[in-house]
Design a protein around this ligand. Structure first.
Ligand code: G3P
Length: 218
């Protein structure tokens, strides 16, 4: 399973990249705003800064909600760097835009996926990735992992090339369950990625090894 980090914070992106396990980055307008990145040129520059840190797909989201606007913005974003993936919302105009970009060989990430039907439509339009929002479904008492599993079955039935990018991942168990289901990618915060490494018995065991080594080498 590929690991993407879901943030626009350059320090977190660097830290995850330095671990050597990072495959890509996803952002969204809320994450950009959280970092105080505003204004078209600053936003574009920030995407380039991210691409200069990570050698992998970087999702950059369009703001327009009409087909022409999405095409205009998406082409501008795609021209920034070879690793940019144009992130497009799951709305009818978005489906048209995904189909358009697919025909041009521009990679897309269809975002705000909350149902299997939406995932099916995005795959038929030729999306490179689809982003089902796991945590946000859990937030409204709906099992987000069941949706990932349902989409996995559908895509495997028809060998769609579209990759399932589990988004809105909140904690390490989400990551583990996504890996069990066979999600192609997961995107989550640095905290969830780092939490995978934690185990009290590892810390205790290491403490003991170091203490025994110190005793033996007195
Ligand atoms: O990037 C989209 C998604 O990952 C958002 O996550 O935590 O805001 O639901 P969250």
């Amino acid at each position: 399973m590929k690991f993407f980090i879901d943030t626009a914070n350059l320090n977190d992106i660097k830290e995850a990249n330095d671990l050597g396990i990072l495959d890509g980055v996803t952002t969204n307008p809320s994450l950009m705003a959280k970092e105080g990145i505003t204004g078209e040129q600053n936003i574009l520059n920030h995407y380039v800064a991210i691409c200069n840190i990570v050698d992998g797909p970087v999702s950059a989201e369009v703001i327009a909600t009409d087909f022409e606007g999405m095409v205009r913005e998406g082409e501008l974003l795609a021209a920034l760097h070879k690793n940019i993936v144009v992130k497009i919302p799951m709305i009818p105009e978005g489906i048209k835009a995904i189909k358009y970009f697919s025909g041009k060989g521009i990679k897309t990430n269809c975002t705000l996926i909350f149902s299997a039907g939406q995932a099916l439509l995005a795959a038929k339009a030729g999306a490179t990735y689809i982003s089902p929002f796991l945590g946000r479904l859990d937030d409204v008492s709906t099992n987000g992992l069941e949706l990932i599993a349902q989409i996995r079955t559908i895509y495997d039935n028809y060998t769609f090339d579209t990759e399932i990018l589990a988004a809105s991942v909140r904690h390490p168990m989400h990551i583990i369950h996504c890996a069990e289901i066979g999600s192609d990618v997961m995107t989550g915060p640095l905290s969830a990625i780092k939490a995978l490494a934690k185990h009290p018995l590892t810390d205790l065991g290491l403490q003991q090894f170091l203490a025994d080594h110190a005793k033996g080498n007195k």
